[in-house]
Design a protein around this ligand. Structure first.
Ligand SMILES: NC(=O)c1ccc[n+]([C@@H]2O[C@H](COP(=O)([O-])OP(=O)(O)OC[C@H]3O[C@@H](n4cnc5c(N)ncnc54)[C@H](O)[C@@H]3O)[C@@H](O)[C@H]2O)c1
Ligand SMILES: O=P(O)(O)OC[C@H](O)CO
Length: 336
């Protein structure tokens, strides 16, 4: 009987492809599902993903298909790597073909608009599975760096630690070091809110506000993330880890981050429409800033930076005015 771990990855964008490569490098047999036949064909014939990771050679034990049933067949892990706002619709189509005991793995860093649900909650809702069948991979993982096999650590989170350990060993390579975690709520919020703070830092960078502003936004951004997390039952220490501080620092300091770049363009004076037009990939914070704020309001949590990002991105507030307002909030102790 074969002991090779099988993984299906739904989504052939930058992170789906790069994480598929990680799984394949760790010894799994990987099938990527993508919507477009020409991209699946290119992956199989050239061993590259020319649209999302040009120049990166993909392992031979990774192949692509447009057939969801073929990708899902016998998969120990079914990895979901589509935009957060399309997950519900996409997964509903895939549920009938999922392998019976497969573990569903979320790579997404977002919160659903309307329901304010985290991605693992959407998965449980749509696939009708328990928490022990849903895992999350998160942390400072810029896809292009991982695809270049540059060293990175990550968190694999599941309420069932044994499941997290199985996934940990399925994706552990010399360049990708996953740690296990059982605080799924904290890990998911860390990933979703860092995109919003990444937008804020990008806006400040675009405006030329300097490194003190950046340090202040990162730290106060983490404080409001932890506040929301605690209100939702997360362990505050999770936000000091890879899923919190680690990812926030990578996102807020890298030109590879789509959220940071999106914010920088806005801060330089581009309009929202101009910024959207030059953004080729998913910048989750643009939509999730609204759902994160919605979640915060449902739990009476104050998130002034998130509120400011929503005002700039969706309500047309000029960044200069927003900065003045943020700086003139009433004085308070740091830890309250
Ligand atoms: N890129 C990264 O560095 C990175 C790292 C960690 C986590 N993430 C998270 O992973 C998730 C996916 O991001 P990505 O970077 O792969 O995005 P991407 O924009 O590179 O790719 C998105 C993929 O989803 C597909 N897609 C888009 N709309 C779809 C729809 N309606 N139905 C089905 N498929 C659709 C696209 O064709 C593409 O294959 C996001 O939540 C992101 O925050 C990304
Ligand atoms: O490019 P971004 O802004 O979506 O960030 C990518 C990853 O989430 C960084 O860990």
């Amino acid at each position: 009987m074969s002991t090779t771990v099988k993984a299906a990855v739904f989504g052939t964008g930058s992170w789906g492809t790069a994480f598929g490569m990680v799984l394949a490098d760790a010894g799994c047999e990987v099938t990527l599902w993508g919507r477009r036949a020409e991209l699946a064909e290119a992956v199989n014939s050239t061993r590259t993903n020319p649209d999302y990771l040009p120049g990166v050679e993909l392992p031979v034990n990774l192949r692509a298909t447009t057939d969801a049933a073929e990708a899902a067949r016998d998969a120990d892990f079914t990895v979901l790597a589509v935009p957060s706002q399309t997950l519900r619709g996409n997964l509903a189509e895939w549920v009938p073909v999922l392998a019976p005991n497969t573990v569903l793995v979320s790579l997404m860093k977002g919160v659903e608009l309307g329901s304010a649900m985290r991605m693992s909650e959407v998965i449980e809702d749509v696939a009708k599975v328990g928490q022990d069948r849903v895992a999350v991979v998160t942390g400072p993982n810029l896809a292009r760096e991982i695809a270049a096999r540059m060293p990175a650590a990550a968190v694999v989170a599941c309420t069932d630690e044994a499941v997290a350990q199985k996934l940990q060993s399925a994706c552990h390579t010399p360049y990708f070091r996953p740690y296990t975690e059982t605080d799924v709520v904290g890990c998911e919020l860390g990933g979703a809110v860092k995109n919003v703070i990444g937008l804020a830092v990008g806006i400040a960078d675009g405006m030329g506000l300097g490194d003190n502003a950046k340090g202040s936004l990162i730290t106060r951004g983490l404080a409001e993330t932890a506040r929301l997390g605690v209100a939702l039952g997360a362990d505050p220490l999770t936000f000091a880890g890879l899923a919190g501080l680690g990812d926030l620092v990578a996102t807020c300091s890298s030109p590879l981050s789509r959220n940071h770049t999106f914010g920088t363009n806005l801060g330089k004076g581009m309009t929202l429409q101009e910024t959207i037009a030059v953004t080729k990939q998913t910048a989750e914070g643009v939509k999730s800033c609204e759902s994160v704020l919605d979640l915060a309001r449902r739990h009476n949590v104050d998130m002034p930076i998130t509120e400011t990002v929503v005002a700039i991105v969706h309500e047309g507030k000029p960044p200069v005015v927003a900065v003045k307002e943020l700086m003139s909030r009433s004085a308070k102790p740091e830890r309250r």
